[in-house]
Design a protein around this ligand. Structure first.
Ligand SMILES: Nc1ncnc2c1ncn2[C@@H]1O[C@H](COP(=O)(O)OP(=O)(O)OP(=O)(O)O)[C@@H](O)[C@H]1O
Ligand SMILES: [Mg+2]
Length: 322
């Protein structure tokens, strides 16, 4: 059974179509990422699954029950976006408060607080007031709150928002730990790299619609590009390779070949070898999730220029090279 199943879901707030026919499925044990720009509808999606927001039309199931069913609430954890815990609480007192809401007795709470704070790396700061915590510490405490009652599914809405790179890495590691414990995690983010680094599967959302889904590997593999360099001073036989049906583009140092479906780079390499060319290097570069995301966003925005895509390519190229 899927942990989350959504079919043709619509949400209209007054005159705003926040969700326009969303379908998605999340399997147990996955870290599933919902990626989209501000206003794409990510938080709305999560709030519907949790029963905080009502469905306009369509179906949404969580753990086999219609979204919002109270009996599944205990099996689900949630870190809302822009949460702010009262600063006068300490990490420990906040978790006591949540534990009481879940009906846990004092002895269980004390034990679980120690475990949870340890998992999120706040064991030493549990008795400090939240107002003395950094943003990263607050987010980690928020995550501790989300898994405190041992839920099967955890929803995290922008868990790394406002957190510095070190803190983000800690949060990613924390999610991996929670996944290893067998939980399913649903993460919302507008940060491409975060999703790329932490998720098993991704849905890219744009203006209330899902425009692509797949594993990170699948999404980054859509276009396979090889960069080939020959021995110095040898011009690449572009015309011959083009005649074999390949897309060929050369710059000063390398020749780039973008494979079409069904093509294999081996055909090119065999041809070059047969013709006596000496290869100095063959490098595969995958199109990053960022490229795909930017392209989808660009395509969806009618009348926009191609500039954004080019900028994104340049950025991801730099990242690959460093
Ligand atoms: N309570 C509400 N009443 C009216 N419109 C709303 C409400 N909540 C969200 N919206 C609108 O629905 C759309 C989707 O919003 P949502 O918060 O789901 O997006 P999001 O992808 O989470 O964005 P962000 O990255 O900024 O958090 C937006 O146009 C937003 O203005
Ligand atoms: Mg949001």
């Amino acid at each position: 059974m899927s942990v989350i199943e959504v079919k043709d879901l619509y949400k209209r707030y007054g005159g705003i179509d926040a969700l326009r026919g969303i379908s998605l499925q999340v399997e147990p044990g996955q870290i599933y990422g919902l990626l989209g720009q501000n206003g794409a509808g990510k938080s709305t999606m999560v709030k519907i699954l949790l029963g905080i927001v009502r469905i306009t039309s369509g179906d949404a199931y969580l753990l086999g029950h219609p979204a919002g069913t109270t009996e599944v609430r205990k099996r689900v954890g949630y870190l809302p976006e822009d949460h702010s815990f009262p600063g006068y609480h300490t990490g420990e007192s906040l978790l006591h408060f949540y534990g009481e809401l879940y009906g846990m007795n004092r002895a269980d709470r004390v034990k679980r607080i120690a475990e949870s704070l340890d998992i999120v790396g706040l064991a030493k700061r549990g008795r400090s007031k939240i107002k003395t915590y950094s943003k990263g510490m607050k987010q980690r405490l928020g995550i501790a709150q989300s898994f405190f009652h041992d839920p099967e599914v955890i929803f995290l809405d922008e868990p790394t928002d406002g957190v510095d790179p070190v803190g983000r890495k800690e949060i990613r590691e924390l999610l991996a730990t929670l996944k290893d414990e067998g939980r399913t995690i649903f993460v919302n983010s507008h940060l491409l790299q975060e999703i790329e680094l932490m998720c098993d599967r991704v849905a890219i959302m744009h203006k209330g619609e899902i425009v692509r889904t797949g594993t990170v590997a699948e999404l980054t593999k859509t276009v396979e590009r090889f960069s080939i360099s020959l021995a110095p001073g040898t011009p690449f036989p572009a015309a011959e390779v083009k005649a074999l049906g390949f897309n060929v583009e050369s710059d000063d140092e390398e020749t780039h070949i973008e494979l079409k479906p069904g093509q294999s780079i081996d055909t090119v390499i065999d041809h070059l070898n047969a013709k006596g060319f000496r290869l100095r290097g063959v490098r595969e570069s995958k199109q990053s999730l960022e490229d795909i995301f930017m392209e989808l966003v660009e395509k969806a925005e009618r009348g926009s220029t191609k500039r954004g895509v080019r900028v994104a390519r340049a950025v991801s190229q730099t990242r690959r090279n460093d």
